[in-house]
Design a protein. Structure first.
Lengths: 161, 763
């Protein structure tokens, strides 16, 4: 089946089997392996990507369901000039990753929440609901929580010069 | 890793790489009657399909390899014994007897995983089920045997001397307990991976693995090749926690298929396969007996372990010896006797999982300490203080055969109590006990000692440094990380030791071509052993640099000094030459050396405060304080991050995680992460991570192993807190994980005071 995906701003004209999940198409057909598969049954969230700006488990979505849609992955978080996304900077600063395997999924749920409302970091409940949506086996989550708050602070801070 | 540029096993772009899918048994125990792969071979995109017989025949017919061998084993670190393995062969694919659910009966290779799975669905096979045994007690009866003519008890061992009856009879207090250490799934977020790439007469194997040198050596032996023909590379690895050390049967199938087909072949395990067939951790049924005199001084401790080691003894029949050796704990108990029976059951094998035998030892002893304190009417803090091995007693020879290197156990306990506000929580507990409407609150402690670095046969490694003309320094060591921040910690250590800028140092590890000798990363050894080896290599490098400068300048070696990454003459005309300039003047400078370290004994105290809801059966951890001592820390932030994450895994064992099998051996929790409950952010209590620092005299850097502390210290602290809250007459009712069902039932059982008063408990 022929579809067109726009991934991180680049158009991909693909001819794929309808049964292929979005994660596999991103990883293999688009060669964007920053999206990781941790459970393939929608629980761990490592494979989370943004489809038309909404976070989805790319293991539970068929690629053909995304025909004509815009997909954003961890590779597409940095700015066009390569400037890291605030959430990437914050994850680094707070040591919010150890093995790094779940990290792309956490980055994407965090980026979606922060881009929808940069001030969400002020509300502990909302931060918690973002962190609680995915599984990390290394960090114990606290550094991830701190990173989201830090990114929110950065995104809402008045510009300095 | 933050930009999607990490490269894990499944991310490697290998042109023409084929995928395998395994056809797996649904039953736990049975006789395999037939396997027919013919239909699978007709499926579009399927390259081939093999039963055990097919694969053996294909390998036999192939040039350049011997016959298909069984799964190998090592007796290094005592993980198993030759006697345990004798007569209990583990075939790569099932030949005639299925012994655990998910054991592979056939393998299918496809152009991609979809096609391989299409083919796997077409393989037909017949298994006549046999009765299964899934608990050590049932298996030990030998009424159902996994291997005909052989007992299910694969190994018996002990440490310490049997305690004389007179000691128990003369004791003021003796307590007994039965504790179940449930089976846990290590659950790294990345499942197992292997990519085998034939290149000329060599084979490159990429695998998220903790022991690349063991993997290279075992694969070479299996193929009948010299080790030099195999290169093992460990790419980014998404966690391991002990579960990625052996040469798994699936790996052997993949490697032989790559050699047979002369094409790259990979196996990327998915989570549902992992749930069925990845190794488990823990799995012990324990009986304990602890005696003290009227002052609470410990007289004797007896620990009997029946360990569930799974269906085959190759990977871990000896691992529970870590529990036996560490039975003594933090106390100067004069008589300690620990025994082990490693028992085969119809489950996937049990191997090290973060903590690896030490959590089981700590939980058994520390639960017993609380029961004893209650029996004697003593404060749990006081009874521990009274029995700690004092700081001046080190090195301390334990009755169970360990020589503890250093420790100040009371200091860790004091810091934990101060941090948690012990007196404040005692007051709150008293208030609630007087208020029938308040939810019960309990305080629990666990004072543990563990072991790091490995066993005596493996506390060494190799490391090297290479200084280049451009000023860069390549550091090589034999470790293989899976998320422990080696790339942060080790270059910083080298830079600091040499006195150069960190950016000049690049770490190379986890590649058997780049660094041909080493062991890997396990047993919390990397900082303690590989870190020390890198520090040792720094000395070799500065010695060589000074010798070269002396020769260059015509000076005695004693008149050349090293400081801040440069050599200088200490006499005559002052001359300072940077390392890079020295290399330009005198040629390539590379040093390499073996480092022999020692075992170390980290320790700590964890304290938990919990609130129990007897109606809902829930446990809310109100406060968790962890104080760990891993000697000198190379990077405190890294250690703290691991301590925190480890404590969360400890919470998982105490309250949420457990892998259960039905009587037929079929897993009851087969829905992957849907019902194997690893902690999420919603389960994280307020945790304070603190540390004390008692350097190890046996290790070069003074560093002991870090990272397993939470799995070892946290579970018993939480269980003890729940027991304290519920004041159970029979604390054995609290078996992990403390699910709402366990708590609800326990909350309705007789209470300590009620029993003492002879009252009938309210039901």
């Amino acid at each position: 089946m022929k579809i067109t995906l726009t991934v991180n701003g680049d158009a991909y004209a693909l001819d794929i089997e309808p049964r292929r999940i979005l994660a596999d198409v991103l990883r293999e057909d688009c060669q964007l392996t920053g999206t990781h598969l941790g459970c393939e049954h929608g629980v761990c969230g490592a494979c989370t990507v943004l489809v038309d700006n909404a976070p989805v488990r790319s293991c539970l979505m068929l690629a053909v369901q995304c025909d004509g849609k815009s997909v954003r992955t961890a590779e597409g978080l940095a700015g066009p000039d390569g400037e890291p996304h605030p959430v990437q900077r914050a994850f680094s600063a707070e040591r919010a990753l150890q093995c790094g395997f779940c990290t792309p999924g956490f980055l994407m749920v965090a980026a979606a929440a922060l881009e929808a409302d940069p001030a969400m970091g002020e509300d502990p409940q909302r931060v918690h609901s973002v962190v609680a949506s995915n599984i990390c086996r290394c960090t114990g989550y606290e550094p991830i929580r701190r990173a989201i708050v830090r990114a929110s602070n950065e995104m809402t801070a008045p510009p300095t010069r | 890793m933050l930009t999607g540029q990490g490269r894990y096993g499944a991310d490697l772009a290998v042109p023409g790489c084929l995928d395998v899918a395994f056809v797996r048994s649904k039953v736990a125990h049975g006789t395999l009657r037939s396997v027919d792969c013919a239909a699978a071979r007709e499926v579009a995109g399927v390259v081939g399909a093999w039963s055990a017989g097919d694969l053996a025949a294909a390998v036999h017919a192939a040039d350049g390899v011997g016959d298909l061998p069984p799964v190998p084993y090592t007796v290094a670190a005592g993980v198993t014994t030759h006697e345990a393995v004798a007569g209990r062969e583990w075939p790569v694919l099932v030949t005639d007897r299925v012994r655990y659910p998910g054991e592979a009966v056939a393998v299918v290779v496809g152009e991609d995983r979809y096609r391989a799975e299409d083919g796997a669905a077409e393989v037909s096979f017949t298994i006549d089920p046999l009765p299964a045994v899934v608990t050590p007690s049932a298996a030990a009866e030998d009424s159902v045997r996994l291997f005909d003519g052989l007992s299910n008890v694969a190994l018996r061992a002990e440490a310490g001397k049997a305690v004389d009856d007179a000691v128990w009879q003369g004791a003021a207090a003796v307590v007994e307990g039965r504790y179940r250490q449930q089976l846990l799934m290590p659950t790294p977020m990345e499942c197992r991976t292997i990519v085998a790439v034939p290149e000329g007469d060599r084979l490159t194997v990429w695998s998220g693995h903790q022991m690349p040198y063991r993997l290279r050596g075992e694969l070479a032996a299996l193929l009948g090749w010299p080790a030099e023909r195999i290169r093992v590379v460990v790419p980014d690895t998404g966690g391991a926690f002990g579960s990625k050390s052996p040469t798994f049967p699936e790996y052997i199938a993949v490697v032989f298929l790559a050699v047979l087909l002369k094409r790259p072949v990979r196996w990327i395990e998915d989570r549902m396969e992992s749930v069925l067939t990845a190794t488990r951790g823990r799995g012990q049924d324990q009986r304990v007996k602890l005696a003290a005199d009227a002052d609470g001084r410990l007289l004797a401790y007896e620990l009997n372990v029946d360990a569930d080691v799974g269906a085959y003894p190759q990977f871990g029949a000896g691992v529970p010896m870590q529990t036996v050796y560490m039975a003594t704990g933090a106390y100067r108990t004069p008589r300690v006797h620990a025994t082990l029976r490693s028992i085969l059951t119809n489950t996937m094998v049990t191997i090290p999982y973060r903590g690896a035998g030490r959590p089981e030892a700590a939980i058994a002893l520390e639960r017993s300490m609380d029961v004893l304190a209650r029996k004697l009417g003593m404060d749990p803090v006081e009874i521990r203080r009274r029995n700690f091995i004092p700081p001046e007693s080190f090195p301390y020879q334990t009755p169970t055969g360990r020589e503890y290197d250093s420790g100040d156990y009371a200091a860790a306990l004091d810091l934990a109590l101060e941090t948690m506000d012990y007196a404040g929580w005692q007051a709150e507990r008293a208030r609630r006990r007087a208020d029938p409407s308040a939810l019960p609150l309990g305080i629990g402690l666990c004072c543990y000692v563990e072991r790091s670095g490995g066993e005596p046969d493996g506390v060494f490694t190799f490391a090297g440094l290479e200084a280049r003309e451009d000023g860069s320094i390549i550091a090589r060591c034999g470790a293989a990380p899976s998320g422990q921040s080696h790339e942060t910690t080790f270059p910083a250590l080298v830079a600091k030791t040499l006195g150069v800028d960190e950016v000049r140092v690049t770490l190379v590890e986890g590649d058997t071509d780049e660094q041909p000798v080493g062991l890997g990363s396990f047993a919390s050894r990397s900082a303690q052993i590989d870190g020390a080896a890198l520090q040792h290599a720094c000395e070799l490098l500065t010695d060589e640099a000074k010798a070269r400068a002396a020769k260059l300048w015509g000076l005695p070696a004693a008149e050349v000094a090293w400081a801040d990454g440069a050599v200088s003459a200490t006499t005559g005309e002052a001359s300072v030459v940077d390392l890079a300039e020295l290399v330009k003047a005198t040629g390539p400078l590379a040093v390499f050396g073996k480092f022999q370290g020692g075992m170390a004994y980290p320790f700590g105290s964890h304290a938990a405060v919990v609130e129990v809801d007897p109606e809902l059966g829930t446990v809310t951890v109100l406060r968790l304080v962890t104080v760990d001592d891993c000697g000198v820390k190379l990077n405190p932030a890294v250690v703290e991050g691991q301590a925190f994450g480890s404590a969360v895994q400890g919470i998982g064992q105490a309250l949420y995680e457990g892998f259960e099998y039905g009587a037929d051996g079929v897993p009851l929790l087969s829905q992957g992460l849907l019902n194997y409950l690893v902690p999420t952010a919603s389960e994280i209590p307020p945790i304070t991570v603190k540390d004390t620092s008692t350097p190890s005299p046996t290790t070069r850097l003074g560093a002991k192993g870090a990272g397993e502390s939470g799995c070892i210290g946290t579970p018993a602290a939480i269980i003890n807190a729940v027991a304290d809250a519920l004041l159970l007459a029979d604390p054995d009712l609290l078996q992990m994980p403390l699910t709402p069902d366990v708590i609800w039932r326990a909350a309705r059982a007789p209470k300590l005071r009620e029993e003492a008063a002879g009252e009938t408990p309210e039901l």
